[in-house]
Design a protein around this ligand. Structure first.
Ligand code: CDP
Length: 226
């Protein structure tokens, strides 16, 4: 395989569609840098909660954003960041962030700021970036676009399992309600709603193992660069 300088693999889809695990493993298999774009939206939300900013007050969020200083760095081929000198990674999946992130992600100025940061990440080298609008807005010109989906029941079961590890989740039904609420906000917002990007390959992962999805993507990339 030739060195894949500057390749971007965009992996989009709704919550708990298998995106994160697949994206991380594809990045590992190809020795690419992994970028979780949702972590930046979560980071912005964390910063708002920390600063006591009401996320429904878009002006206040944008003011806070404009005063914040972001620094990006790589650890073991994964992109992380600090906001005003603090690395928020341990707080990004907490309920306070989870329940507010779709409101923050719907603010056009926030999206503009984060999309610009995400585009700069191709300077790190070849990347696998997962999110909601990577193939449609952030890197629309890439030839590598995947849209992963799964039935809501299966997605709720997967997320429930993940949450059980990190915190006590009420029940599968409440996890499913929370996912569907976020899906609804993400697909109906005016700016860059979640949608299948032009040219994206749609993969329904309901009955597929993670390994099968990873294998499919890796061999497609290897085949056309080999
Ligand atoms: O892990 P999960 O798919 O549940 O969420 P995430 O990828 O961490 O994204 C959290 C939230 O950030 C989503 O519900 C979207 O509101 C927003 N987001 C977005 O708007 N655009 C992206 N490219 C990535 C995330």
């Amino acid at each position: 395989m030739k060195p894949n300088e500057g390749l971007v693999i965009a992996i989009d889809g709704p919550s708990a569609s298998g995106k994160s695990t697949v994206s991380r493993q594809v990045a590992q298999a190809l020795a690419f840098i992994y970028v979780d774009s949702g972590s930046l939206y979560r980071g912005m939300t964390w910063k708002a909660v920390q600063s006591g900013v009401d996320v429904r007050d878009a002006e206040a969020v944008v003011r806070m954003m404009n005063e914040s200083k972001w620094e990006f760095f790589i650890e073991e081929r994964v992109v992380y960041f600090q906001i005003d000198g603090v690395d928020p990674r341990d707080f990004l999946r907490k309920e306070a962030v989870r329940e507010r992130v779709s409101d923050v992600a719907a603010i056009p100025e926030v999206r503009r700021f984060i999309v610009a940061r995400l585009r700069e990440m191709s300077d790190f080298g070849s990347i696998v970036m997962e999110g909601r609008d990577i193939g449609s807005v952030v890197f629309p010109e890439t030839s590598w676009k995947y849209y992963l989906d799964a039935d809501p029941e299966e997605r709720a079961r997967r997320r429930f399992k993940e949450l059980q590890v990190s915190e006590s989740a009420a029940c599968v039904q409440s996890v499913k309600d929370s996912l569907l609420r976020r899906d609804h906000k993400d697909t109906t917002r005016a700016t860059a709603p979640l949608q299948i990007a032009l040219g994206a390959k749609v993969v329904n992962t309901t009955n597929m193992g993670i390994d099968d999805v990873v294998q499919m993507i890796v061999s497609e990339v290897n085949r056309s660069n080999g």
